[in-house]
Write a protein that binds this ligand. Sequence first.
Ligand SMILES: Cc1ncc(COP(=O)(O)O)c(C=O)c1O
Length: 383
Amino acid sequence: MTHAAAEAPPRNHRAEFPIFTHATYLNSCSLGALSHRARARVNEHLDQWETRGASAWYDAWWGALADLRARYARIVGAPAGSVALHPNISTALTAIAESLDYTRRPKVIVTSLDFPTVAYQWLAKSAQGVETVIVESPDGISVPPELVARAIDDRTLLVATSHVFFTSGAIQDVRALADAAHRRGALLLVDGYQAAGQVPVDVTALDVDFYCAGGLKWLLGGTGVAFLYVRPELLPTLSPRAAGWFSHREQFRFDPRALALHDDARRLEAGTPALTPVYAQLGGLEILEELGAESVRAMTMELTEDLIEQARAAGLRPKVAATPDERTGIVMLPSDDPARDVRRLADASIICDARPGHVRVSPYFYNLRDDGRAAIERLTRGR
Ligand SMILES: Cc1ncc(COP(=O)(O)O)c(C=O)c1O
């Protein structure tokens, strides 16, 4: 630590998030809280729109898009030029689904715990002969990598699965999956929406072929902004069957006669991105960059473990992975009426979410141990 850093007062990151002035927010796995900085960056965009109109495109807004691609790349350890912007995970997945050749290898493997939009990309192609195989989880918490490995054969083109399961918060051993896929000549796509931000990610060390995530949850950017990483060596081998003028390397020539794609990952983009989410995301990323991925993980882990301990002490049986290393800020608490319990929490301004059979409680670095305590106390009162 430098002398200057040692003297600087620690920034109060919780104070960046106004929701905590009136609520106990424990739902970051649905939607990360809005920060002052994200709002300030959105206001900056609105001011430019108001004062400069379209003239802001050529410097400010074009620059913001390039800045966001570069910062998304940094946050997952990806090289420059390997990240494309997308409005959500589904369109990012579609860009890949529409770029692969299924002729010799028609099989795609997903797991029963992945967010369903992953499977839907390939189920939608069943009429074209794509076979989607679902590997079932034995316990509803995780899927042993050996089970996925066993399902991969010489007809498998792709394994498409989560980094962190939205259903249980369990972290998958992505490197083991990459090795298993590559051993059989298959590719690995990872949906990192529940990971990037709360868990340090290094796509190069994980050896993944495709990785997508976005602003909605742990990256604090809100709706409408996501990204897709593609391993650089694969870019020239992909043949996109979907395109738009943002995939064209000379989009301002406005030439409808020839489609010349970008060499870099922008070849997988399509049309004009929504700028308000781009600006919100730039504000959210500033906070995460300031904290650093390791310290966000450490703070979130501490809060998660404390929450699990308190839940167990109160007689609840959280459905979570076996060891702290595999767990994240998603804690599933069994409930016979999750909607009722979530309403009871909301009556006390405690914001959580309901999933089948469970109340989902989701702490992040900006929470306090007292937030978790308040939720457990409210859930178990009068039992
Ligand atoms: C792991 C995961 N993937 C994808 C999604 C949603 O995808 P999309 O951005 O297409 O709505 C969610 C939830 O919002 C999710 O938890």
